[in-house]
Design a protein around this ligand. Sequence first.
Ligand code: IMP
Ligand code: MG
Length: 181
Amino acid sequence: MPIDHSSYEIDVMISAKSIAAKVESLAKEITAFYAGTDKLVVVGLLRGSFVFIADLVRELNMPAEVDFLEVSSYGDSMKSSREVRIMKDLRGEIEGRDVLVVEDIIDTGHTMAHVMTLLQSRGPKRLEIATLLDKPSRREVEIKARWVGFEIPDEFVVGYGIDYAQRNRNLPYIGKVRQLE
Ligand code: IMP
Ligand code: MG
């Protein structure tokens, strides 16, 4: 069933200002963690992480390569499917490299678990995760990100790269979807 974009409203959950402050502090921690690494590979999971990764890499005070991986997970619905396929693979090699996977949101954890298995099989030196949002109460498989921007409750969120049926990615803040009666 197609989604009726007039049947919901979006309430601000995390302001653009709070996000910016968080990105800055995460980048400081990440830069400190990777002190001595000559060139980090920052892997953004498309499409949801594109805004976060753009802001994050500009706050990193170290050489960083940027690459992207796209896996399919959700269809145009609020339900998570467990099916994960590679839609677009990395361009670069990660063997022996320090790799930081950047995600918009970890929900059940299935997507990230698959991505970790895939990337681990390529023999990176270290493989870490930075996620802007985390919904720990929804977890079905064990996945823990080293860096988490905000832990949020079980709400469907949009904005700052995150979509609802391909809309609302361009909102500068994180908003909560509220269905209208
Ligand atoms: P998981 O496999 O259930 O952890 O889902 C991860 C992916 O589902 C994320 O990368 C998002 O693309 C999507 N997702 C999970 N929660 C939300 C949400 O609240 N809004 C929009 N997309 C979401
Ligand atoms: Mg995603």
